[in-house]
Write a protein that binds this ligand. Structure first.
Ligand code: CMP
Length: 139
């Protein structure tokens, strides 16, 4: 069993897509071990995405992420990190495969509906950032 961190981003919550995305999470066999609705501050978004702070899109990304409601989730499954990334599809919806969440819902590379940790070390940081009480590993 592995845990990963996921988000349903403001572009999706504002279009009423949170329920559909949570249903997909359950259909994919994830156990939801933590879930909260947050309206993150700009400072919280900057802290969460600090790894990208030198990137040209950092200001726009953190403004967008603090512009509306986000569902933050701690998810558990075998191979959770890779499986959730496969379900989301490519970061840029133009490159996302049929059947992925970003192909179906994302509007642009920024308004791309969902987020998922890309590796165990980022999963540990991201889970701890939003769910300080949730252990990284099951059991
Ligand atoms: P996410 O998986 O949340 O991680 C960083 C986010 O930056 C990414 O999804 C995109 O939504 C956003 N982003 C905006 N512009 C770019 C870009 N040019 N390249 C990569 N990520 C970008």
């Amino acid at each position: 069993m592995e845990r990963t961190f996921a988000m349903i981003k403001p572009d999706a919550t504002e279009r009423g897509l949170a329920g559909k995305i949570i249903s997909r999470i359950e259909e994919e066999g994830f156990n939801i071990v933590g879930m909260r609705l947050v309206r993150m501050t700009k400072a919280e978004a900057e802290g969460f995405y600090a790894v990208h702070k030198e990137r040209p899109f950092f200001g726009d990304l953190t403004s967008f992420m603090s512009s509306g409601k986000t569902v933050v989730l701690a998810l558990e499954r075998d191979n959770a990190i890779k499986h959730w990334r496969d379900v989301m599809g490519a970061t840029n919806p133009a490159d996302a495969d049929e059947g992925t969440l970003r192909k179906e819902f994302a509007e642009s590379i920024e308004r791309n509906s969902t987020h998922g940790s890309d590796a165990p070390d980022t999963a540990a940081f991201e889970l701890g950032y939003w769910f300080p009480g949730v252990a990284l590993n099951a059991g």
